[in-house]
Design a protein around this ligand. Structure first.
Ligand code: DLL
Length: 433
């Protein structure tokens, strides 16, 4: 498929590395000047902007972790004046505090540019109607994809998530040709459509799925492509790094990471040592041109493999393979990130329940369902069903409020959940991809 920005996307690799070096050096100097946080971090590590004399010198810089966002909530990592921010997005943190990301106008431009290149590489452009069924609002999915799609000239149908029957009617009536959503939501749509007597394959114009925000597999891709009669492309990103930014190209052989916008490394999660292309490890990303919220060597927590081999599409930017898991215990439930520590944190604030809980995640049809089993505290334990029902409703309400995802709660007797001597196993994930 034709490039959106041929000069950049097909740049010789050596030239691209030069561009990366120049951008990285400028970024490091800028944040050292403007940010108290980065200056302190670099001093602790004994590295100064002058020490960055080649691209490989980036490895001298300290890593950043999700914990850094939490410790500096809400805006301690911002590097642009407040009045230059044009948007915030917010996502789940590891405990009570969410993570807040700010964007300048130029940050939104670069984010849209990244997606414009990505969408063109999947064959999306003028004449397409893209139904955006990612959530609009604090989540980066809806608005992120929206701006990228408008930039390539597609017509956007911003349905956001939910109200599935209506989505299917609109898909037919407005001749949607492409959809952006989680792979599990598309499977759910397929099922709901069949119940309505609509075959997505035969009765709609859908030909492309831009699917991500949660783990999925090659088998799931085949199932979706065969059943719905579309080409399904993987889209990747995280809120800390802007939001969705990168997709596969028409070759469907890995996700191109635009090297002038992001510098990707894969490291050994235990030692932090940079691994060779082809070796599996944790993705680390530096966002090279971000003004408001630069991220330097951010340990994303996703497991992947770097691929620097030339791609048959002609784009020279490196690829990462499909995300193969997490280094931490983060779960993704209906596209929302959930950390067991958030559940623990929320439960600790409720005196009627104890400290012991278990999370069970399963699929109901195509959709995820999350159950939290929690012990009632000795004091609140009662043989009156109405009392227990009230507690259950209240706990469900509180968990939904802090996790932003619907949760069923099951109350169990004090002392009845398994106790662990070593590392506790708080999550039972019964989903298979
Ligand atoms: O999920 C951004 C996004 C929106 C990506 C729309 C794609 C499409 P967060 O909510 O911060 O941001 O979650 C980021 O989701 O670290 C991965 O663990 C997981 N994830 C995202 N895309 C994929 C994917 C958005 N294609 C976290 N495959 C990431 C597997 C994915 N996991």
């Amino acid at each position: 498929m034709g490039c959106w920005n041929q000069n950049v996307e097909a740049m010789p690799p050596e030239e691209l590395r030069q561009v990366q070096y120049r951008l990285a050096k400028a970024l490091v100097s800028r944040i050292y000047e403007t940010s108290e946080f980065y200056r302190r971090r670099m001093k602790e590590q004994g590295v100064r902007p002058d020490d960055i004399r080649s691209l490989a010198d980036i490895r001298k810089l300290p890593f950043m972790y999700k914990q850094d966002l939490r410790d500096n909530y809400p805006d301690g990592l911002f590097c642009a004046p407040r009045d230059e921010l044009v948007r915030y997005h917010v996502s789940s943190g590891t405990t009570g505090k969410p993570t807040v990301v700010g964007y300048t106008r130029r940050d939104i431009e670069n984010w849209s540019e990244s997606l414009a290149r990505a969408f063109s590489s999947c064959g999306l452009g003028r004449g397409d109607v893209l139904q955006v069924s990612y959530g609009y609002g604090l989540f980066t999915g809806g608005l992120g994809v929206h701006y990228g799609a408008e930039r390539v000239g597609a017509t956007v149908l911003p349905t956001s998530v939910g109200n599935t029957e209506r989505q299917i009617e609109l898909m037919q009536d407005l001749h949607t040709t492409a959809i952006a959503c989680t792979p599990s939501y598309l499977l759910h749509m397929g099922e709901v459509a069949e119940k309505m007597g609509v075959s997505i394959r035969d009765d709609t114009d859908l030909r492309i799925g831009i699917l991500g925000a949660e783990p999925w597999s090659e088998q799931m891709r085949s199932r979706i492509e065969e059943w719905l009669g579309i080409r399904a492309y993987d889209i990747y990103g995280t809120s800390e790094l802007s939001g969705p930014m990168f997709t596969e190209c028409s070759e469907q052989q890995g996700i191109h990471i635009w090297g002038d916008l992001a510098l990707a490394e894969v490291v050994d999660p235990k030692t932090g040592e940079v691994l060779q292309p082809g070796e599996r490890g944790e993705l680390v990303v530096t966002i090279l041109q971000k003004e408001a919220f630069p991220m330097i060597r951010y340990r994303v927590g996703d497991i992947t493999i770097m691929d620097e081999a030339p791609c048959a599409c002609g784009r020279t930017h490196p690829r990462i393979r499909r995300i193969q898991g997490r280094v931490d215990d983060m779960l993704i439930v209906r596209g929302i990130n959930v950390f067991p520590s958030q559940v623990e944190h929320a439960l600790l604030e409720i005196p009627e329940v104890g400290r012991h809980f278990q999370i069970v995640v399963d699929r109901k049809g195509a959709l995820d369902a999350m159950l939290v089993r929690v012990e009632v505290s000795e004091e609140a334990f009662s043989d009156k069903i109405t009392d227990l029902m009230m507690i259950r409703k209240m706990v469900e309400h509180r968990l939904r409020g802090s996790l932003n995802v619907g949760v069923a709660v099951e109350l169990v007797e004090p002392g009845s959940l398994p106790r662990f001597e070593g590392k506790s196993k708080k999550v039972v994930d019964r989903r298979s991809l």
